[in-house]
Design a protein around this ligand. Structure first.
Ligand code: HEC
Ligand code: HEC
Length: 355
């Protein structure tokens, strides 16, 4: 049953991508078998680098592992009080965010930061706003022991709970050939997360595919501004619109709520108040914006940058007032709204969970 759903869930996207994308290969096509499963190839999507080259050699993708990861991602029993799953805060239709300024975990407890988009994670090394997880495997087990997220006291407590579910014992035996371990939970969830992509947006169709009709004139001007006068590509650079570096643009320095961000990890004064540059793909779906979720609209974000962010002693010196006209601001917003894409639409909740 698990195998069948894994295939069906993805066939939809194979068809979808096959239509419009000249370079698309079938998504997650079966490339042969290896070890305890059927190995998977991720699709080539216009605008994105080949994701397969970013999959770590010590955790190869298999169809069965990805399917197990999907189940774990959606299973609310993997929380202290059976109310929260990863998918509670990373909803597909909201660009894998939750639409809230800060997230709510078990017992209605609120965290201190806004949920970032969790697609195209295959391309990032350091995960979280402050980069505290060095791998996606590490990231994938962090939320379980966060007191305001899944709420377990430690990973042993969660694994003990999972071992009481015979269906999980069986699945982990099939996929990893051993009893449930927290490391294998991380491997499965990371593998699932690597299949969640976003590319082939209208900007890619215009910029790479040469389709002049993909963007209207305002968005075309916005793309020029993005790369030129508005200086956005100084940080939102490359195919995933992120330099994968940490910058202080000033969020929190106007109120009494400074989050030290990357500094808490590195203790390097240059990192005070610095946060990881987020991808801008799907940005129209992921409001509200910034690590504290302060901006409801992209217009608010553009106004913020236009004013030169919020000055503070640690602000990145590439953030300066931009002097954009009202029309230029609208153009920039039009371009940002053209970054919704494909590669994640196959994700859906499993119809049932292991018993
Ligand atoms: C209660 C809401 C909540 C739950 C549940 C939750 N997350 Fe998150 N997630 C967040 C927040 C908030 C952040 C940002 C935290 C930070 O950076 O300090 C985040 C960050 C992330 C990131 C980092 C993205 C990036 O750009 O660096 C990934 C990936 C992710 N979560 C996946 C998961 C997975 C997998 C699970 C389940 C194991 C999960 N989340 C459970 C709210 C949640
Ligand atoms: C100095 C590097 C830098 C420059 C230049 C820059 N950004 Fe950012 N951007 C960031 C960082 C870092 C964040 C996250 C900051 C935070 O939450 O504290 C961010 C956040 C954002 C967000 C919110 C993303 C989300 O998921 O919440 C948007 C939208 C955005 N930037 C758009 C732009 C645009 C448009 C420009 C050009 C006008 C631009 N940025 C210029 C580094 C930069």
């Amino acid at each position: 049953m698990m195998r069948r759903r894994g295939v069906c869930g993805r066939m939809g996207l194979v068809g979808m991508l096959g239509l419009g994308v000249a370079v698309a290969l079938p998504l997650l096509s079966v490339a042969g078998t290896s070890g305890a499963g059927t190995s998977l190839q991720l699709p080539q999507i216009q605008g994105l680098e080949d994701p397969n080259t970013f999959v770590p050699a010590d955790n190869p993708l298999t169809k069965e592992k990805v399917e197990l990861g999907r189940i774990l991602f959606f299973d609310k029993r993997l929380s202290k009080d059976n109310t929260i799953a990863c998918a509670s805060c990373h909803l597909a239709q909201k660009g894998f965010t939750d639409g809230m300024p800060v997230s709510t975990g078990i017992k209605g407890l609120k965290g201190g930061r806004s949920a970032p988009a969790s697609f195209n994670r295959v391309y990032s090394k350091a995960q979280f706003w402050d980069g505290r997880a060095a791998t996606l495997e590490d990231q994938s087990i962090g939320p379980f022991i966060n007191p305001v997220e899944h709420g377990f006291a430690n990973h042993d407590e969660m694994v003990a709970k999972m071992k009481k579910i015979p269906g999980y014992r069986k699945l982990f035996q099939e996929v990893f050939g051993q009893e449930i371990t927290i490391q294998d939970v991380g491997r499965a969830i990371a593998s699932f997360q690597r299949t969640v992509l976003s590319g082939n947006s209208a900007v890619d169709k215009f910029d790479i595919g040469g389709d002049q009709s993909a963007l209207n004139d305002s968005a075309k001007r916005g793309l020029e501004l993005f790369r030129g006068k508005a200086r956005c590509t100084r940080c939102h650079s490359g195919f995933n619109f992120s330099d994968e570096k940490f910058h202080n643009i000033g969020i929190g320095w106007d109120t009494n709520t400074v989050d030290l961000g990357r500094y808490m990890e590195t203790k390097n004064p240059e990192d005070i108040g610095a946060f990881k540059t987020p991808t801008l793909r799907e940005i129209a779906r992921t409001a509200p914006y910034m690590h504290d979720g302060r901006f409801k609209t992209l217009e608010d974000v553009v106004n913020f940058y236009n004013q030169g962010g919020i000055k503070n002693p640690h602000q990145d010196n590439t953030i300066i007032p931009l002097e954009l006209t009202d029309e230029e601001k609208q153009d920039l917003v039009a371009m940002l709204k053209a970054l919704n894409g494909e590669g994640w639409q196959h994700v859906s909740a499993p119809k049932s969970f292991p018993k």
